[in-house]
Design a protein around this ligand. Structure first.
Ligand code: TRP
Length: 368
């Protein structure tokens, strides 16, 4: 049994999503307009809850300006779990959002003991993957927390906001929101609040709706930023919106983690590595023997290969349903399901890796 830890900097053990939804007071996602159901993550409920999301729907409907804000913690290899946020960047960009992306290098320094140089190297790899997945660099603002902008006015206002927010937070509040806390983590939380709020400053987009798509572990940061923003009197903020997605399961069924190599499939894995990882490590919802499987059927809900198909590798809903039914009834074996999944992932990665080569050159030049 893995020890259960759940905070913005560490997640392990089983995650009871419905318990967290209640505990954090977030709202289950309801029916969405058609443009959203064209996106596989929304359509299949991978994005399952929100705060104040109707405000974003309004902005889209009325063709009003809005921002999509996200951040990346540049630790470990970019893996298929990271695609959940990346695909949302691309999606919102197509919907007309201004996309802001923070490279959380100061957070990695303060909470993960990682140097700024190392973070930069890893971040360029992440950004290259975003580009290969369809992100248009011309229509987004990507910045490093340690180096907000070459324009002094912009840069000053971002760090000023972080500092103004500090007075409005109490130590008791930090303890209540985060549990265990250090000065470094406190500063990171305030900087992340500025990440999420600064797009609304006069030096940036001015007041407008902002949506922050996150894993549910990041909700404490949102609660803090939302509360603090109301206490700032010198600038008016439209309350932040956020959406929450499930974590991509790791091969072992836990959370996919860049620090556990046997838990993830990297975007640069070769076809034979993918094959080996799925066959050897992917947790199966199948039965112990073929006879038993044929008789009682498998469980796609806990089967990691099936979950990968569901998150995005099988785009065709009909086909996915057919696989689900056949696996549940025992008509499809674990071996067959794994072989299908390996094929799907590999044909995706083959195309992605070609785009990635080109993207790396572009990104290296831009951020040199
Ligand atoms: N804390 C986030 C993580 O661990 C990274 C991050 C920094 C972020 N600033 C953000 C996420 C702003 C969303 C919005 O991955």
């Amino acid at each position: 049994m893995v020890k259960e830890v759940f905070n913005p900097w560490e997640v392990s053990g089983d995650i009871d999503y419905s318990k967290l939804v209640k505990k954090f007071g977030i709202t289950p996602m309801k029916e969405l307009p058609k443009i959203f159901t064209e996106n596989v993550l929304f359509r299949r409920g991978v994005i399952f809850a929100h705060r104040d999301f109707p405000r974003i729907l309004e902005a889209i409907k009325n063709k009003k300006k809005f921002v999509m804000m996200t951040g990346l913690m540049p630790t470990g290899k970019f893996h298929i779990g990271h695609m959940i946020v990346a695909l949302q960047m691309v999606f919102y960009q197509k919907l007309g959002a201004k996309v802001y992306i923070a490279v959380a290098d100061l957070e990695a320094y303060n909470a993960r003991n990682q140097s700024l140089e190392e973070s930069k190297k890893i971040a360029l790899d992440y950004i290259s993957n975003y580009v290969a997945l369809g992100l248009d660099l011309k229509k987004c603002d990507i910045y490093f927390q340690s180096d907000r902008s070459l324009e002094a006015k912009k840069s000053n206002s971002y760090y000023r906001l972080q500092n103004l927010l500090a007075r409005h937070a109490t130590f008791a509040e930090f303890k209540a929101v985060y549990g265990e806390i250090t000065p470094g983590k406190m500063v990171s939380a305030l900087l992340q609040a500025s990440d999420m709020l600064h797009a609304q400053l006069p030096e940036f987009e001015k007041e407008c709706p902002v949506v922050v798509p996150v894993g549910i572990d990041q909700d404490p940061h949102l609660r803090l930023a939302r509360d603090l923003s109301k206490r700032i009197k010198t600038n008016k903020f439209t309350q932040l919106s956020s959406t929450y997605h499930y974590f991509m399961p790791g091969l072992d069924g836990g959370k996919m983690s860049a620090s556990i190599p046997t838990s993830y499939i990297s975007m640069e894995d070769s076809a034979s590595e993918v094959k080996k990882k799925i066959n050897k490590y992917a947790f199966s919802g199948g039965k112990a023997t073929l006879e038993e499987h044929r008789e009682k059927g498998g469980n796609p809900d806990i089967d990691v290969s099936f979950q990968y198909l569901k998150f995005f590798f099988e785009e065709d809903d009909e086909k996915l349903k057919e696989i689900e039914e056949n696996y549940r009834s025992g008509k499809m074996t674990t071996g067959e399901l794994k072989a299908y999944t390996i094929d799907k992932i590999n044909s995706f990665l083959e195309k992605h890796q070609k785009k990635l080569e080109k993207a790396k050159k572009i990104v290296r030049e831009k951020f040199a």
